[in-house]
Design a protein around this ligand. Structure first.
Ligand code: PLP
Length: 458
């Protein structure tokens, strides 16, 4: 299955390799991944790991796709770079044709950048510019949600409600951002509260926050359509997005949906918002767009937003050196063509249902798995100490870290995170295999995850 020389287990090396990479845990030396094929990553020491989360829900067509590798090489050889102030390129034009201009939601133009954070940063600025072009310069405030994540740059982190990632920078983040409650039924919906009553309560909270700030001062409401890493594949209850759309519209506030993690087929429809009966004014996508083959993200803007620019200054007041990078666009274009040709969005829905059923069979009665949730191939397990009371484990147990370590020891990579409930307490792990994962592979994933969970529990 795998081929090629492996530098890091080369027996002719006499001295151990000392890393000069600044790793996420500074003193750590993570195992070196050498090759990837389909669902499997082979490490330099020969171990094989089932990549059951596609890293962070990125690898949506699996690893090692030869077609994508060829498309990237071809583009790099033909035209690696042009500055978008002077030229466009064919790959960017074709990718934009594929993404927008025909959507029921009225998304009209695509702006390509290199990551989810850059895309969110661009979306926040585009939203501000929309109001400026319309003469509403008093709109200076963004509202987002607690327990959501939108990126690590200053603006996108200011919009984020992820406590752990905000904490070191809290005092230097922009202040013109505030947050309301997320729609998180497992922890937020009251025992006797209907979905409709829960939605009404959250919509009233959003309305009250607009009133507190002054609705004429609000630029946008920012939310992940299905919350990803921070709370673990949390979809809103029915009617929530229709209700917040209505509140935004009433006050002329733009709705910015972050589908960096949940978008581009991951939840069983190309866009997660298609399942909500609404469309955003501005949408942000990234991970599943390039499937990990290229660093790429995008802002998709509705006709209404584009028309405000066209009818105003006519200039997008934002740009990056590497925007619409030809190699990144060519890689993403090939990934998206493969998804379309092989019907992989529909497959994500079907295999997602299979994965969910397998998880329910395995963990439905598990005393420490409180919730199994998600959409399509975006599923999470939330771990609890007391299932009846939905009480999390003590954060000092660091259960998510134990699940990660045990998973790797059992040959399966999931995406475990702590702070599920309130940014401090709670543990979950995400499963997000590629859309072309087979049923046999799903069975193997669930088997290994079950083993890992048993080993990880205190
Ligand atoms: C919902 C969401 N938005 C934004 C981002 C930031 O994307 P990136 O890490 O590519 O900058 C992420 C990354 O995990 C994400 O999950």
């Amino acid at each position: 299955m795998f081929r090629g020389p492996l530098h890091f287990n080369d027996s002719s090396r006499t001295r151990p390799h000392v890393s000069h990479v600044l790793h996420r845990i500074v003193a750590s030396h993570p195992p070196v991944a050498a090759e990837g094929r389909g669902l499997t990553i082979r490490l330099a020491d020969g171990r094989e790991i089932l990549d059951a989360s596609g890293g962070a829900a990125v690898a949506c067509i699996g690893h090692g796709n030869e077609r994508v590798a060829r498309a990237i090489a071809l583009q790099a050889g033909r035209l690696a770079y042009v500055h978008t102030g002077f030229f466009s390129c064919e790959a960017a034009e074709l990718l934009a044709d594929l993404l927008v201009g025909h959507e029921p939601g009225g998304l009209a133009r695509a702006f390509f950048v290199s990551s989810g954070s850059e895309a969110m940063e661009s979306a926040l600025k585009l939203a501000r510019q929309y109001h400026l072009e319309r003469g509403e310069s008093e709109r200076v405030h963004y509202v987002s949600r607690r327990q959501g994540y939108h990126g690590n740059s200053f603006g996108s982190l200011a919009a984020s409600g992820n406590l752990a990632r905000r904490r070191p920078y809290e005092d230097v983040l922009p202040r013109n951002f505030s947050r309301v409650s997320p729609c998180f039924a497992y922890h937020g919906q009251l025992p006797d509260e209907s979905d409709a009553a829960y939605v009404a309560r959250l919509a009233a909270e959003l309305e009250a926050e607009f009133e507190r700030v002054g609705p004429q001062r609000v630029i946008a409401f920012v939310a992940e359509t299905v919350v990803g890493a921070t709370t673990g594949c949390v979809a809103a209850v029915p009617g929530y997005f229709r209700a917040v759309r209505e509140v935004c519209d009433r006050h002329g506030v733009l709705l910015v949906l972050d589908e960096v993690m949940c978008g581009m087929g991951r939840t069983g429809t190309t866009h997660a918002w298609e399942q909500e009966g609404i469309a955003p004014d501005i949408q942000v996508i990234a991970k599943g767009m390039g499937g990990g083959y290229v660093p790429i993200g995008a802002v998709l803007a509705s006709r209404r937003v584009i028309e405000s620019l066209q009818g105003g200054s006519g200039i997008l007041a934002h740009g990056h050196t590497y925007q619409a990078h030809p190699v990144a666009c060519a890689g993403a274009l090939e990934v998206q063509r493969i998804i379309a040709e092989e019907g992989l969005v529909e497959r994500s829905a079907q295999r997602g249902a299979y994965l969910r059923a397998a998880l329910v069979r395995q963990f439905g009665d598990h005393p420490y798995v409180g919730d199994i949730r998600g959409r399509g191939l975006f599923q999470a397990l939330e771990f609890v100490r007391d299932k009846a009371r939905r009480t999390p484990f003590d954060p000092s147990v660091k259960l998510h870290e134990r699940v990660k370590a045990a998973g790797l020891a059992c040959g399966v990579g999931t995406y475990p995170i702590g702070g599920t409930v309130d940014g401090v307490a709670g543990d979950h792990t995400i499963l997000a295999p590629p859309y072309n994962v087979t049923e046999d592979e799903i069975d193997r994933i669930v088997e290994r995850v079950a083993l890992a969970v048993e080993r990880a529990l205190p």
